[in-house]
Structures are given as structure tokens and as C-alpha cells.
Design a protein. Structure first.
Lengths: 115, 117
């Protein structure tokens, strides 16, 4: 069965510092990978997605992620964090089952930004 | 503006009562989903619908029911059979599940926080 692991429950970084959020997946076929961000009490917004091609994916708000098949990872990065990036971040893998496709989410990483 | 609306934002109900959460989208999407979010557990799929008048159980469907009478609407009923209904509920939609397109982006509504007293 497919699964997504986000090993860091909570991360704190200083504003202006670099950020890397880890995501590992388990999936037998070609993975379709997503990163979403959620502000407190809000819905989820897509940051970026990967399904083929260049393994370094650019997203919105200055985020990027790199797909590494050998490590089963899809880590999210940002070179310089802003206070407004404080939120919860979810990694997800898309899969096809029968005639449907669904997302499996990780448990999330909460990012705190100190000034 | 196109998007997904969920109402109400906060909902309080007494234990043993059924409650229906609304989800409407004007994105002309075929597929719609309901997720439940609990602290530290990420999002778990309750039900999804690929097309009008059709829906499928997700991973945690027990104690929930849905209908899909219109393309724009996918209401979720939390029944008294749901043992622990207090949670944050998120509705999402995507263009189409047909044709095996797992790359379709799911767009999320703002969520409804249900508290059962």
C-alpha cells in the first residue's frame, strides 16, 4: 500500500534562513507527488506537483522540490523563508485505483518562523 | 470568482444528531471529495464522486453519507453512527478522475469545523 511519511512534525526557522521539509513515499508504480500548504483554519493550497520530466520542480511563493527516486523522497525547499510562510505543509502521493485516482497525504509538518 | 465554498465555517451539534455539511463548486469540475482532518493525522478520504449520481467510499466512510445530485454540489452528512465526529472537514474538487489522471490538481475549500457537544 502507498504511504507518505513526513518525519518532522514541527520545524522552527529564523526569517531569512533556508528551509527544507522532508517527505518520503512508498509507492510501487510511478509516483505523482504534491506539496500543499495550509494556513490555520483554512483549506489547502497547492504549492507544486511532480509527475514526470525534470526532477527539480518550481512552485509558487518561491518554493521548489526535488524528486529523488533512489531515495523515495520529494523534499520541499525554500532558500529564504519569510514570516508569512508559517503554516502547515503536507506532502501527498497520487495513485490510480481502478477507474479512480486519489491522494494519500502525509501527517504534515508545522513550520514556525521566528523574527 | 471561481472556487469552492463550504458552509458553515463552524458548526456545533449535540451528540446523536445528524448534521449536513455543504460543499459547492463553480469550477465545472467533475470530481469532488470529502476529507477529514484531525490533529497529527493529516487528511483522510471519506467519500469521493467522479460524476453526478455516483460516489465511492474512501478510507473512512463509516458513519458518513453523501449525495451528488448536481455537478456543483456534494453535501456530506455526518450521522449519529459516527463515533467521533468532532473534526475539521475539507471538501475538494478536481477536473476529472476519468482517463486515469492522477496528476489532476485537487482544489480545496476553506473547511468546516464541526464540534459535537
Amino acid at each position: 500500500a502507498q504511504s507518505v511519511t513526513q518525519p518532522d512534525i514541527h520545524i522552527t526557522v529564523s526569517e531569512g534562513a533556508s528551509l527544507e521539509l522532508r517527505c518520503n513515499y512508498s509507492y510501487g508504480a510511478t509516483p505523482y507527488l504534491f506539496w500543499y500548504v495550509q494556513s490555520p483554519g483554512q483549506g489547502l493550497q497547492l504549492l507544486l506537483k511532480y509527475f514526470s520530466g525534470d526532477t527539480l520542480v518550481q512552485g509558487i511563493k518561491g518554493f521548489e522540490a526535488e524528486f529523488k527516486r533512489s531515495q523515495s523522497s520529494f523534499n520541499l525547499r525554500k532558500p529564504s523563508v519569510h514570516w508569512s510562510d508559517a503554516a502547515e505543509y503536507f506532502c501527498a502521493v497520487g495513485r490510480v485505483t481502478g477507474t479512480a485516482s486519489k491522494l494519500t497525504f502525509g501527517t504534515g509538518t508545522r513550520l514556525q518562523v521566528t523574527l | 470568482d471561481g472556487g469552492i465554498t463550504q458552509s458553515p465555517k463552524y458548526l456545533f451539534r449535540k451528540e446523536g444528531q445528524n448534521v449536513t455539511l455543504s460543499c459547492e463548486q463553480n469550477l465545472n469540475h467533475d470530481a469532488m471529495y470529502w476529507y477529514r482532518q484531525d490533529p497529527g493525522q493529516g487528511l483522510r478520504l471519506i467519500y469521493y464522486s467522479q460524476i453526478v449520481n455516483d460516489f465511492q467510499k474512501g478510507d473512512i466512510a463509516e458513519g458518513y453519507s453523501v449525495s451528488r445530485e448536481k455537478k456543483e454540489s456534494f453535501p456530506l452528512t455526518v450521522t449519529s453512527a459516527q463515533k467521533n465526529p468532532t473534526a475539521f472537514y475539507l471538501c475538494a474538487s478536481s477536473m476529472s478522475l476519468r482517463g486515469h489522471r492522477p496528476t489532476d490538481t485537487q482544489y480545496f475549500g476553506p473547511g468546516t469545523r464541526l464540534t459535537v457537544l
